[in-house]
Design a protein around this ligand. Structure first.
Ligand code: GNR
Ligand code: NI
Length: 172
C-alpha cells in the first residue's frame, strides 16, 4: 500500500485516453490498493488511475461519510449502459484541479457495467452522488476534466490560477 503523487492540471498526461485492462491480476490489484490509499490520503471520494499517471481504465471510489465505515468500490473497464434524460447539478471538485469547484450538470442516474476487484462482471445502478462521481471518474478515462464543461473564460481563469500555484510551489 503506497500513497502516490496525484498529477494536477495543467498536465498533458491527464488528457490521455486510458486503455482497457486485459486481466485483473496481481499488478492491477496492487494498483487499486495504491489508488485507494492515495485517494483516502487526499480526502477524495474517487480516483482514476490516470490521476497517478497510469493510463488504465481503473477507478476507485468511496462515497461513505463515516471514517470507521469505509466502503471502497473498484471499477475496471467501466461502460455506461444507460443514462437518465433527467439531469442533476452538483458542485464538483477534482484532486487534479486543486481548490477549484464548479456546478456541473450530468445525468441524474446511470447504469454501469464493469469488472470488480476480483475481475467479476457487475452492474451498478447509480443515483445521486454515486452517479455524479462515477461519471466524473469515467470522464478521466477519456482525458476529460470537469473544467472542460465550463465557459472558455472560466476554464482559462482556473488554468491560469493552477499554473501560477504550480510555479510558486516550493519542491523539496
Ligand atoms: O473528491 C472528489 N470529490 C468530488 C466531488 C464532487 C464530484 C466529483 C468528485 S470526484 C473528486 C475526486 C476526483 O478528483 N476524482 O477524480
Ligand atoms: Ni477528478
Amino acid at each position: 500500500m503506497t500513497v502516490r503523487t496525484i498529477l494536477t492540471e495543467p498536465n498533458k498526461i491527464l488528457r490521455q485516453i486510458s486503455k482497457p485492462v486485459q486481466t485483473v491480476g496481481k499488478e492491477e490489484k496492487k494498483l487499486m490498493d495504491d489508488m485507494l490509499d492515495t485517494m483516502y490520503a487526499a480526502n477524495g471520494i474517487g480516483l482514476a488511475a490516470i490521476q497517478i499517471g497510469i493510463p488504465k481504465r481503473i477507478i476507485v471510489m468511496d462515497i461513505s461519510k463515516e471514517e470507521h465505515k469505509k466502503e471502497p468500490r473498484f471499477f475496471v473497464n467501466p461502460v455506461i449502459k444507460n443514462r437518465d434524460n433527467l439531469k442533476s447539478t452538483y458542485e464538483e471538485g477534482c484532486l487534479s484541479v486543486p481548490d477549484q469547484f464548479a456546478e456541473i450538470d450530468r445525468p441524474k442516474k446511470c447504469e454501469v457495467e464493469y469488472l470488480d476487484y476480483n475481475g467479476e462482471k457487475r452492474l451498478l445502478k447509480a443515483d445521486g452522488l454515486l452517479a455524479t462521481c462515477i461519471q466524473h471518474e469515467m470522464d478521466h478515462l477519456e482525458g476529460i476534466l470537469f473544467i472542460d464543461y465550463l465557459s472558455k473564460l472560466k476554464k482559462s481563469i482556473i488554468i491560469k490560477k493552477l499554473s501560477k500555484n504550480k510555479s510558486n510551489r516550493i519542491v523539496v
